[in-house]
Design a protein around this ligand. Sequence first.
Ligand code: SF4
Ligand code: SF4
Length: 148
Amino acid sequence: MDYEELLVYLKELNIQIVPTEEARVRGYDLETYKKLAKRTETIDYDCDFRNGICKGMLLGGGGCCHQCAVGFGYWRKEGPALDEASVRAMAGYFDAQTGFMRPGIGCVLPREFRSPTCLYVFCSEDEMSEEDREVLYRIQFGASWSKR
Ligand code: SF4
Ligand code: SF4
């Protein structure tokens, strides 16, 4: 989607774009959050789209990406978390019908632009290490989370 068109759409969703230094994702500044988000590239979520439909949908749910477009990939619930540079980078991946989801493929959005919900939700932790789980806890519970 074109950036200007996306701005109109985000306004309808009530998603604010804020200056980079003011953006916070669960207590993290954007740079710190993006590093954490990128770290998830090495995590195996054990998702399976081989038949064009993911395991979560096969189990009877909608699948975590089913409503991607209406919540702008779950960013809608994060408050003032996105800056202009991020939204510009995300625009090209966004489709008005499917959001960042592509049937039979999954999510096309690079990890650093995915919301916390997109990163910490999983159907199986069978392929995750302890360290992987710790990264997901940090994303889910935010900057105040600490390992006890
Ligand atoms: S984590 Fe989400 S995308 Fe992956 S199999 Fe489960 S519902 Fe599908
Ligand atoms: S993981 Fe990607 S496709 Fe799924 S809801 Fe998040 S942004 Fe959308």
